[in-house]
Design a protein around this ligand. Structure first.
Ligand SMILES: C[S@@+](CC[C@H](N)C(=O)[O-])C[C@H]1O[C@@H](n2cnc3c(N)ncnc32)[C@H](O)[C@@H]1O
Length: 220
């Protein structure tokens, strides 16, 4: 069998690439996380099978990955798993692929890249992510405040994912590093905003700490 992880972009249905759409249409069965954003985007084009995932505790997470893996491993032909953003960046697809490979050792695993949330925020806010010799870091805030501050001290542009619940701390760290944060929430969806709320934000929010530059080509 073949398993393809397909990135569908962070929210805007127009970010589904032509390649992603073709692979979804050619797959024998398409799986999506139940009730999620990928399901909304994909179900406009193909029939899909929802899979439940629980993130509450490690035991139920493993149980759901196992169950999903078993359903996917039973497909003869090509199974597709649609995921928001890119499948190789903080995606459930990684764990699903791992599970399916354990069940079907000769499975062929492929991915179709998707537009990431950081790219979408850069575009919507007019933020250049990197120029010349600049270095860029992507930090999940779940790795801790110290990890973000360390990245801010070492990298030019720093992107923060998974920081919604602690948004005030994220914004403080970025400002204390002398940068003006760029914020984006629910990008490509109803409710999208680039204005940071006071207090905590939803899970689907991203912050960019932009690089500091002194004019055209200053970092070449
Ligand atoms: C599990 S990661 C998924 C990343 C995704 N695979 C990608 O390629 O961008 C979830 C994090 O991505 C970011 N994210 C995903 N979709 C977003 C959206 N529509 N608006 C803002 N941030 C988003 C948020 O930081 C969220 O906490």
């Amino acid at each position: 069998m073949r398993l393809i992880g397909i990135g569908v972009g962070p929210g805007d249905p127009e970010h589904l690439t032509l390649k992603a759409l073709r692979c979804l249409k050619e797959a024998d069965q398409v799986f999506v996380p139940a009730g999620g954003r990928a399901a909304e985007i994909v179900s406009a084009h193909v029939e899909c099978t929802p899979l439940d995932f629980a993130m509450s505790d490690a035991a139920s997470r493993d149980e759901h990955w196992d169950r999903a893996g078993q359903l996917i491993a039973a497909v003869s032909g090509t199974a597709a798993f649609a995921t928001i953003g890119d499948p190789n960046l903080y995606s459930t697809f990684t764990y699903i692929a791992h599970t399916v490979r354990a069940l079907v050792p000769d499975v062929i695993i492929e991915t179709v890249p998707g537009i990431t949330a950081m790219q979408d925020l850069a575009a919507r806010s007019g933020t250049v992510l990197a120029e010349g010799e600049e270095r860029l870091a992507l930090v999940p805030y779940t790795a801790g405040d110290a990890s973000l501050r360390e990245a801010l001290g070492s990298f030019d542009t720093v992107i923060v994912y998974k920081g919604g619940r602690h948004l005030p701390h994220v914004l403080d760290a970025v400002r204390e590093a002398g940068r003006e944060p760029v914020y984006g929430q629910d990008l490509g969806r109803t409710g999208e905003t680039l204005v940071a709320p006071d207090g905590r934000a939803p899970y689907f929010s991203t912050v960019i700490a932009p690089a500091q530059r002194e004019g055209r080509g200053s970092r070449l």
